[in-house]
Design a protein around this ligand. Structure first.
Ligand code: FAD
Length: 365
């Protein structure tokens, strides 16, 4: 853990924020965070909680001096901090000019694709499971991304939906019929504002705003078999990564473990089986149901995905792991795997939502 200084009250100083690799510039008001300045100027920047809890706004300081408002060691290690990694929502300029690099899917810091903000409209909603729909967007301009990354959606015309919600691209960029199309798998979250709105009616034709691509969850080259673990809509980016692997002729063996509550909640099975059939190496698909009725005819595994991982932890030790889904699943899976798989081969994306961040967020506010 490293120390941090609290920011002095309004110093009256103003500065400029520059985004490396782009011509975007934002004036910074005294005491304002970099994220605040970027958002005010409509600069696409990954963000969610704004209070240092989610880590979405992690970026790299490439020029200038800053102060941190609070300890960010949950999201930025000491080594990363010394390489300039910060959270934009917790950093305040100490020099007149500050430059940051918005992280993409390149190797920790190299931006492959600068995020953009695009107008979009919903062209199709297809139910995949009782509470999951496939959302197809038509975009006003092309978007390029790396399989595993995500976009943030807002609905400017609907009050209360101007705060971004994150959704992972659910198909490999190479598989798209058009670069102006994006597909997401969206789960209806009970009590959720955006998904409550989305699932309440047929929203075909509705206008949304997309910012992206964001995030560094993507395939990292390694000569290891792949262990992919998804729960719920965590399958979306995993499916995209596997489709990309298929397109690029990967030959590694794959174990894909998919967790769902019941058989009805397992979705995209045909897509997975199609990938399995065409995969060049071994492809083991393990669906695991946690709440399937005892009386059902389900002959597959029951329990939690972590039960499977615990049973196989020795044989999975030589894998590179890709985990995606609710934070609780990721944390339990990591607990099992981190004793076996070196950290550099453990990749994960937590599907945080406002519920999981709320207590910490309100404590800070
Ligand atoms: C990188 C990333 C990628 C993601 N990808 C996907 C994806 O591909 N598919 C997918 O389905 N999801 C994904 N998610 C999760 C998704 O972004 C949203 O969290 C989800 O859709 C909820 O949006 P919502 O507006 O419906 O719910 P919200 O309004 O944000 O609420 C979410 C939950 O929090 C509760 N809540 C809200 N405010 C408070 C409060 N103040 N106190 C206590 N509880 C509160 C609500 O009741 C609800 O249960 C991803 C998340 C991340 C971080």
């Amino acid at each position: 853990m490293f120390g941090f200084k609290s920011i002095p009250k309004e110093s009256g100083r103003k500065g400029t924020l520059r985004v490396a690799g782009s011509n975007r510039v934002a004036p910074i008001a005294a005491g304002e965070t970099h994220l605040g300045a970027a958002v005010r100027e409509d600069i696409p920047f990954p963000r969610m909680c704004n209070v240092g809890e989610c880590g979405a706004c992690k970026c790299r300081l490439t020029r200038g001096q800053i102060r941190l408002k609070k300890d960010i060691s949950r999201h930025v290690s000491t080594e990363e901090l010394s390489s300039g990694f910060i959270l934009a929502c917790q950093s305040v300029a100490e020099s007149a000019e500050v430059e940051v690099e918005v992280l993409g899917a390149g190797d920790d810091g190299s931006v492959r694709q600068a995020p953009r903000r695009l107008e979009a409209s919903i062209t199709q909603m297809t139910m995949l499971a009782p509470d999951v729909c496939e959302l197809e967007l038509s975009l006003a301009a092309d978007i390029d991304y790396v399989a595993g990354q995500y976009a943030q959606l807002t609905v400017p015309e609907v009050p209360g939906l101007d705060e971004p919600r994150c959704y992972s691209f659910a198909e490999a960029p190479t598989g798209r019929s058009s670069r102006r199309r994006a597909i997401f798998h969206v789960r209806h979250v009970p009590g959720g504002a955006f998904t409550g709105w989305l699932f309440a009616a047929d929203r075909t034709g509705a206008r949304v705003c997309l910012s992206g691509p964001h995030g560094g969850f993507c395939y990292r080259e390694a000569d290891r078999p792949l262990l992919c673990v998804a729960a719920g809509t965590g399958l979306a980016p995993i499916k995209a990564i596997l489709e990309q692997g298929l397109a690029e002729g990967f030959t590694q063996d794959v174990t894909l473990v998919v967790g769902a509550r019941t058989r009805r909640d397992l979705y995209a099975i045909e897509s997975i089986l199609a990938i399995q059939q065409r995969w060049h190496g071994w492809f083991t698909f393990v669906p695991v149901l946690s709440k399937e009725s005892e009386s059902s005819t389900w002959g597959g595994r029951r329990g939690r995905v972590t039960d499977y991982l615990r049973e196989r932890e020795t044989s999975l030790a030589d894998c590179a792991a890709y985990l995606c889904g609710p934070p609780a699943m990721i944390d339990s899976a990591l607990e099992v795997l981190r004793h076996r798989i070196p950290a550099k081969h453990l990749h994960h994306d937590r599907f945080l939502d406002r519920g999981s961040m709320a207590p910490a967020a309100s404590a800070v506010a």
